[in-house]
Design a protein around this ligand. Structure first.
Ligand SMILES: Cc1cc2nc3c(=O)[nH]c(=O)nc-3n(C[C@H](O)[C@H](O)[C@H](O)COP(=O)(O)OP(=O)(O)OC[C@H]3O[C@@H](n4cnc5c(N)ncnc54)[C@H](O)[C@@H]3O)c2cc1C
Length: 506
């Protein structure tokens, strides 16, 4: 039987991830081709992931020994948020990835947070309850040692340009057809379906299906099919970024650090070959020049250090799958990278699409379900990100005061979470009821609300009694972490082994 044809337009990380997944799951019936233009290039930023990236590599069968050295990658246990709350005792907190045995430690955190929310002086800063926080502070590799009985989730930091190149090489080796052409037009059929994409020399590339991975250009979903863009700019105000790179550390950290600055926040991402910095800010509150100066000072970067300025369009398409086209990656939407969620959303969209597509579930009912699910994922991430800004207590600039006191629209879900929190309600139950614990679990909601110190003022607290304290024993948790951590090698040693193993072809 003759195979049908599917064309992916765009060869950034999103395009090549889609290509590898489609090649794996549908290449028995479909020819997979990817067209990109070296005249446009890839965005080349985005250096942090969630644990979803590990699932992706596991799924397409690419081991860490193979891709991590090629992409200068390091391990990531979570994100430290520095200077966000501006409250005594809550100047910094860690948002860890899930670790199996933190399940019980989060119960202890929930217990203490309920006491604290009720005005009792219980220890409710989240860091002592998290194993990944412990690993980050000790710079230990999060990969569970052999025979370790607990699952530890982790993500990665990587060089975005090298990652796209690595994925491209692998996808082409696995049979994806690659063409370097600038697409300048799109031909629609009488039924409104995409019939072909057309390059600058007038050559037509016909296919039965198209995946739009053309980045912010959104050539197919926005340009040809005219699907409206739903902006999040009213609630998330950051629309610009400036980035720079500093020399690598001798002992690379295994965490991202996100520091609140005067008009936004800055990431610090350790790679094998450098440390990447980026300041994400609102152009309504500061100029490009001032943002650059603030980032240089924050990173201690001299005048000779090159910087790159970028604009960001924050929001999502109203639909991601229309007719015979699905948008994946920046073409479908983007939320500022505070929790490094973009690639995870990209990957989720690809998986959802393949799940329906390979089973032939392409009726309008399925398409509607798909679009609702993808929209919900984006909206849920937007809500969680917005809480970082809504709960800040900083007073050093109008940006922070406005974010807290004069925010844009707050979703009904976030309002319900705040009401529940302040009324000492059952937060896990509410998250389930609202169906918003898929994007961020009860753990994550506790880390952020406790970490930002969303509690009655310290001066108003009353002492905890022995009965209040219950079974929570902080010393025992710390002792348990100390014992477990003996099993981990240092982050530095683990990276050196990966690099040397790959260099010697092991
Ligand atoms: C400041 C910033 C920080 C970020 N940080 C993170 C992070 O920490 N974690 C994370 O997960 N994500 C992050 N992201 C998002 C991340 O960069 C993207 O999700 C990821 O790189 C995928 O991009 P893409 O493949 O959709 O688009 P791109 O990389 O822009 O690729 C677009 C492709 O389309 C092609 N193309 C465009 N126009 C044409 C044309 N006319 N003809 C032919 N081809 C064309 C280009 O050649 C290119 O191959 C960040 C983004 C920004 C802006």
């Amino acid at each position: 039987m003759k195979k049908k044809k599917l064309i992916i337009v765009g060869g950034g990380t999103a395009g090549w991830m889609a290509a590898l997944m489609l090649q794996k799951y549908v290449s028995d019936c479909w020819d997979i081709a990817l067209i990109e233009s070296s005249k446009r290039g890839v965005i080349g930023v985005g250096e942090g992931s969630t644990p979803a990236l590990k699932q992706f590599f596991d799924e397409v069968g690419i081991p860490e020994e193979s891709w991590m050295p090629a992409c200068g990658a390091t391990y990531k246990t979570g994100i430290t948020f520095d200077s966000w709350a501006g409250k005594t005792g809550f100047d910094s907190y860690f948002h860890p990835f899930y670790s199996h045995f933190d399940r019980d430690h989060v119960k202890a955190l929930v217990h203490n947070s309920l006491l604290r929310r009720a005005g009792k002086d219980a220890h409710a800063h989240p860091d002592v309850f998290s194993y990944n926080h412990y690993l980050a502070k000790k710079k230990l590799c999060p990969v569970p040692p052999y025979h370790f009985p607990f699952e530890i989730q982790y993500g990665y930091h990587f060089d975005a340009g090298l990652l796209a190149q690595f994925l491209k090489k692998t996808a082409v080796e696995r049979g994806v057809n690659h063409t370097d052409r600038l697409i300048s037009d799109v031909q629609l059929g009488a039924d409104g379906q995409i019939a072909a994409v057309i390059d600058e020399h007038g050559e037509h590339y016909c296919a039965d299906w198209f995946i739009d991975c053309s980045g912010f250009a959104a050539l197919l979903i926005g340009g040809a099919l005219g699907v409206p863009f739903k902006s999040y700019a009213d609630s998330l105000w950051n629309d610009s970024a400036v980035t720079l790179a500093m020399p690598a550390e001798d002992e690379p950290a295994c965490e991202t650090v996100s520091t609140a600055l005067k008009h936004g926040w800055a990431w610090r991402i350790p790679l094998q070959s450098r440390v990447g910095y980026g300041y994400v800010y609102s152009s309504r509150y500061t100029s490009r020049e001032d943002a650059e100066a603030e980032l240089r000072a924050h990173a201690a970067a001299g005048a000779g250090t090159e910087v790159r300025h970028l604009s960001m369009r924050v929001g999502r398409r109203e639909y991601h799958w229309v007719k015979n086209c699905v948008a994946v990656g920046l073409s479908q939407g983007f939320i500022e990278p505070l929790e490094a969620t973009s690639l995870a959303l990209t990957q989720q969209t690809i998986s959802r699409f393949i799940h329906a597509f390979k089973d032939g579930n392409t009726t309008q009912d399925f398409v509607d379900i798909f679009n609702r699910a993808v929209n919900k994922s984006y909206d849920d991430v937007r809500d969680y990100i917005s809480v970082h800004f809504l709960t800040n207590s900083r007073t050093d600039s109008p940006y922070w005061v406005d974010n807290r006191e004069r925010p844009g629209p707050v979703s009904k879900e976030v309002k319900a979470v705040f009401s529940c929190w302040f009324d000492s309600g059952d937060l896990p139950g509410l998250l389930k009821h609202l169906k918003i614990d898929g994007a961020y679990s009860n753990h994550s909601w506790h880390y952020i609300l406790c970490g930002m110190g969303v509690f009655p003022d310290a001066a108003d607290l009353s002492p905890v009694t022995e009965e209040d304290r219950g079974k929570v024993d902080l010393e025992r948790i710390c002792d348990f972490f100390n014992r477990c951590a003996i099993n981990h090698e240092s982050h530095k040693d683990a990276l050196e082994k990966l690099v040397n193993g790959s260099a010697s072809g092991n």
